[in-house]
Design a protein around this ligand. Sequence first.
Ligand code: SF4
Ligand code: SF4
Length: 169
Amino acid sequence: MITVKRPKLSFWDQIYLGAIFRGMLITIRHALSNMLTQKGIITYEYPEVKKPIPENYRAEHRLMQRPDGTPRCTACMLCATACPADCIEIVATEHPDPRVEKYPAIYNINLLRCVYCSLCVEACPCDAIRMDTQKVEQAGYTREHFIVDKEYLMQNHPEGKSPYSIALY
Ligand code: SF4
Ligand code: SF4
């Protein structure tokens, strides 16, 4: 058996006041230093200052355009087939340009069901859909608000990023 000796506490140790004041002084010192210098603070003053998001972060989708402004999407359904959340709805229709077989008359994504896996982007054979918008804030009053349509996705290009894909057609 080992007997652990208790350290003898002084009068000030026993009333804890010294330790409480020391702790409060440290807290006040840190609070004042943070308020006056803001040195080393890693808190972002959201929403005025946004936290930087990595370039390859999987955020809200966007649909790429052809040089004439029409969607690059050929309504091949590969993204909808690959989507594990079954949240992409496409209605294909004939394209007026004979070089393009089809295009989506309707292209909806239900963002409430989306798991942001990016499989739709991987599956797309013609770089028609990307998730590089860096848009991560989503708020709305109804569920319908989160079902984004073709018109929204085709305008959902972040500042400084081209809406056109590198491939011409
Ligand atoms: S990111 Fe994933 S879940 Fe969302 S639409 Fe694309 S494939 Fe579906
Ligand atoms: S976005 Fe790409 S994979 Fe999806 S239907 Fe259009 S062309 Fe096909």
